[in-house]
Design a protein around this ligand. Sequence first.
Ligand code: BTN
Length: 253
Amino acid sequence: MSNINTLFIGRVLEHFETLDSTNVYAQKLLAKSNPFEGTVISTYNQYAGKGQIGSIWESSPGKNISLSIILYPLFLAPTQQFKLSQAISIGVRNFIVKQLTNNTVKIKWPNDIYVNNKKIAGILIQNTISNRSIQSSIAGIGININQASFSSAIPNPTSLTIESGKEFHLDLLIPQLCHEIEQVYLLLKQKKWKQIEEEYLHQLFRINELSNYKDLQGRIFKGSITGISKTGHLILEENGQKRQFAVKEITFL
Ligand code: BTN
């Protein structure tokens, strides 16, 4: 792995030839020790990756980045969990933007990263909560880098290589990713909520665009995303009426 110029994210880096899931490994590490904040667990061959809402995250061996960052955001109350999700999304987006200039890179609510309307990265954050604050957090990040073809079961995937036609050196990318995430995490720690909120909305996929959605009842409707609630719910306006949705309650069509 190449040199890292961060304050804490990636200063301790445990890289594995192969691993079931970097999030699962990080969970075990947290259960038995007190890892340094910013410890990164990574592999280029994750064979049982976890996705959001119980889904799986697929990644071809040797092609992509799969890593988890251990953080202790004690400055966040349990009701502020979405702020961490926003910060990590912005950091991952900033990293991708730097690799792919001249492309539209957006954050799809809650925390997917999209390039030209296709998914390039997914984020799975697992927090341990006490009644006062977030005690620890595992920010799991999967980014498609050199994978050129995907199983047909994955809806609209893409990768850095597909979008740019170039091959990327995985070892060189990890320090850059750590740096971009640290920049935004430091803003979060300084409680620059407004700045983070504004950047998130500015980069939000389909903000203020009329598009098709499907709700839990299976009803397809045209709506426009107008914002995100304090708790991280999606606010969609349909015929002048605002409706709020949790992650499992809405499908982007
Ligand atoms: C999603 O979009 O469904 C979230 C995908 C998150 C995948 C990453 S890869 C590194 C980390 N380890 C896991 O098992 N999952 C996350």
